[in-house]
Design a protein around this ligand. Structure first.
Ligand code: F6R
Length: 602
């Protein structure tokens, strides 16, 4: 969703702002803009437009100045238009804003500025409010203004009357900052500034940063200086381009053996799972009598795998909740409940709000997060970071498989601590987990076979995916991938459920993708495959090598693993299927329509 970048220093701001906005494009946006402080005119000059950052680049070629702020907008209040794009200026004040101000209509009426506003946005109202609060002290004006706001915000603010200075403040929506010899930088996302320094900090909520080329002054709302915690970026930003692949999604799919291995290997000691590098105490696992997993979309699908593993291996009941529904569904949360939040970005607002709810109700909380220092990571009592590195494609791939890898480790840990697996049992489980990177690599090495199979889906409008046991939640993820990037309507079904309604939709030529990996369910799954075949479905099968039979046509063979571990190579092969369909249809695989990478509105 929206992205923020800011720079003040010794170089021309325009190039740095545009570069930052290009890095933020992956979050999803519909318009972009920058404001740069012009030293001669002593004011912030703004250029903004709907469309791509390249459009903005063409319109700003003559902009000069060393201090500026920029924004990519994903429309929430008001249509996609030049006027609604950020930055917004009111009087002395120019702002860019991420988040949603819920009481902006009230503020607009109280300030009596409706006839002076140029846009329909909540953000322009914030500029007006700060302008009205300003009596000479910029930090005080910002504090007085944001105290009147309800909702979420990350704001970067410039004043015409204060040269070469940016102010920032936040509630929920993130702002990260860093500095080098050339100046100081801020952004909504560490990916946008990671190339300038590996040391950065997350601006604490309810504090104001004054940013000049010499660095940062951070104060709380009482005006007292506060210290910030410096973090180290351990992502290789130099590796963050497409590295020769046409799309980030393909690059990220191909990275999976390495990032799964990285996530797993640092958490195994003497053959046992070990979370000491995450400082996660065994006590939370020993103590819990129930687990609730809370997440959205793909991350929730990883949670469904976690449920299956933990319940079957550890006999601990696990419920999985869509984060957006969690607190409205009267969830049973006690002090024996461990609430596990799963999030790639660590910023998904629904997951963050669910986490806060769980904490208010006394649960222990653990988050599985990819982005260090993100809001969910900071709010959670315990964090296990996936080592997926930056995930740029909107469709999540390597984040999912590393989240699932963490669920295997958690399963082994709980099983050992609760005596459900002895030392031998756990080490056997862990050695199978360590085979996953090699199994995934064998799928990737044969990706041209999947590309070939994908051709039959190019003209499809609908597709069905069928599987049993763990294959079913794996297909829920595969189906989401196909839907979101290829725009083919796809549904995953537990195969046994088909004849209770859905089989009515199967007619001659209907594409059906069958996943056949679970040994103990093989004969039942084969009966269901025959049921759709006999109604004319065009079946593509992803089948474990040892289960392949002549009866199955259009097959991709999956490498052999224990039942519980088959799903990762299976999902990777289905990620590739979705990818090839979308790219061969000529679609913008990395930026599917209407979607944003980081979902910061409810
Ligand atoms: C789909 C996808 C989304 C995210 C969801 C949660 O490919 O990426 O469904 O999984 O928006 O995002 P995070 O994991 O950042 O909380």
């Amino acid at each position: 969703m929206c992205g923020i970048i800011g720079y003040t220093g010794y170089s021309e701001a325009r190039g740095i702002l545009l570069k930052g906005l290009k890095t933020l494009e992956y979050r999803g946006y519909d318009s972009a803009g920058i404001s740069v402080y012009h030293p001669d005119f002593r004011e912030c000059l703004t250029t903004k437009c709907k469309g791509r950052v390249e459009d903005l680049e063409r319109k700003t070629s003559d902009i000069k100045g060393n201090t500026g702020i920029g924004h990519t907008r994903w429309a929430t209040h008001g249509e996609v238009s030049d006027a609604n794009s950020h930055p917004h200026k009111f009087g002395n004040v120019t702002v860019v804003h991420n988040g949603i101000i819920e009481n902006y209509e009230t503020i607009k009426n109280t300030l009596d500025v409706a006839d002076k506003l140029k846009s329909e946005t909540d953000s322009e109202v914030v500029a007006a409010l700060i302008d009205r609060c300003f009596t000479g002290d910029p930090q005080q004006a910002i504090v007085d203004a944001v105290k009147k706001l309800s909702g979420t915000y990350a704001l970067a603010v410039m004043f015409d009357s204060i040269a070469d200075t940016i102010f920032a403040v936040r509630n929920v929506s993130p702002i990260v900052c860093c500095k080098n010899d050339d100046g100081a930088y801020l952004a909504s996302d560490v990916v946008a500034i990671g190339g300038y320094s590996e040391d950065y900090f997350v601006l604490p909520e309810f504090s104001v940063a004054k940013i000049t080329k010499d660095g940062f002054e951070i104060s709380n709302f009482k005006g007292e200086p506060i210290e910030v915690e410096m973090l180290k970026l351990d992502w290789d930003i130099s590796n963050s381009g497409k590295c020769g692949y046409p799309f980030y999604m393909e690059k990220e799919i191909m990275e999976q053996p390495r990032v799964i291995e990285k996530t797993v290997m640092s958490r195994i000691k003497s053959g046992l799972p070990d979370f000491s590098c995450d400082k996660v105490d065994d006590e939370i696992f020993k103590k819990c009598s129930a687990i609730s997993v809370v997440a959205c979309g793909t991350a929730m699908h990883a949670g469904l795998i976690g449920k299956h593993l933990i319940e079957s291996v550890c006999s601990v009941p696990v419920s999985v909740h869509m984060a957006s529904e969690f607190m409205y569904s009267n969830p049973i949360v006690t002090d024996d409940t461990l609430v596990i939040c799963v999030s790639q970005s660590g910023e998904t607002i629904d997951t963050l709000e669910a986490l806060k709810y769980a904490k208010r109700h006394g649960a222990d909380t653990l988050s599985i997060v990819n982005v260090r220092g993100s809001s969910i990571a900071r709010e959670s009592d315990n964090v296990i970071y996936t080592d997926a590195g930056p995930e740029i494609a909107v469709a999540s791939t390597k984040a999912y498989t590393t989240q699932v890898a963490v669920f295997y480790l958690i399963t082994a840990k709980i099983a050992y601590l609760k005596g459900k697996l002895n030392y031998e049992g756990v080490t056997r489980f862990i050695s199978e987990l360590q085979r996953i990177p090699e199994a995934v690599q064998s799928v990737l090495d044969r990706r041209s076979d999947i590309h070939h199979l994908s051709n039959s889906l190019l003209t499809a409008e609908h597709a069905f995916m069928i599987g049993r046991g763990l294959d079913y939640p794996a297909l829920m993820e595969a189906s989401l991938k196909l839907k979101e990037i290829s725009y083919i309507h796809s549904e995953a079904f537990a195969s046994g459920e088909l004849k209770h309604g859905t089989i009515a939709l199967i007619t001659s030529g209907t594409p059906v993708i069958a996943l056949v990996t679970q040994q103990y369910l093989f004969s039942k799954q084969m009966s269901n495959v025959r049921e759709v075949q006999s109604r004319g479905a065009q079946v593509i099968t992803f089948v474990r090598r040892s289960l392949k039979s002549d009866e199955l046509k259009n097959c991709f063979e999956l490498p052999e693993m224990e039942d519980e571990f088959m799903l990762i190579p299976a999902v990777v092969s289905l990620q590739l299927l979705a990818y090839y369909v979308a790219s061969d249809k000529g679609l913008d695989v990395d930026k599917p329509r209407n979607l944003a990478k980081v979902v910061t509105v409810e």
